[in-house]
Design a protein around this ligand. Structure first.
Ligand SMILES: [Zn+2]
Ligand SMILES: [Zn+2]
Length: 127
């Protein structure tokens, strides 16, 4: 984990809501400590900031277990093993936490506005 990132976080990138396609960088899936759900961490392909997005499973007992609450109009609840599959279909947004120039006050995420899909997910365990 001491490897330096390939590019520094470009704080000067102006906020633009833009879909940049499938990101080629490494994205890692982690479980969330304080509840059911997953966290996807990686590097924003646009501003190169470190970004992490959390995806919560539906509440147990409501019949939505496995359904990620950010999926709108997505497929019905999937067993947990298919969570990766769902995450690969999901569009991820930059949440690098840096208020990029021209960040709108009502921006859904604090970042550069980029969105992307991931080609594959790693896990810390599997490395
Ligand atoms: Zn970004
Ligand atoms: Zn950024």
């Amino acid at each position: 984990m001491s490897e330096s990132p390939p590019a520094p976080h470009d704080f000067g990138t102006a906020y633009v809501e833009t879909y940049v396609g499938v990101a080629t960088g490494v994205f890692v899936r982690q479980t969330v400590d304080d509840g059911p759900g997953l966290r996807v961490e990686g590097t924003c392909p646009r501003c190169h900031g470190r970004t992490a997005s959390e995806y919560r499973y539906g509440l147990p007992g409501t019949g939505t277990k496995g359904l990620l609450d950010r999926m709108r109009g997505g497929p019905p609840a999937a067993p947990q093993g298919d969570a990766d599959d769902a995450l690969l279909r999901e569009v991820h947004f930059c949440e690098c936490g840096h208020p990029h120039p021209e960040l709108p006050a009502d921006a859904p995420f604090v970042g550069c506005g980029a969105s992307w899909r991931v080609a594959a997910l790693g896990t810390w365990d599997a490395q």
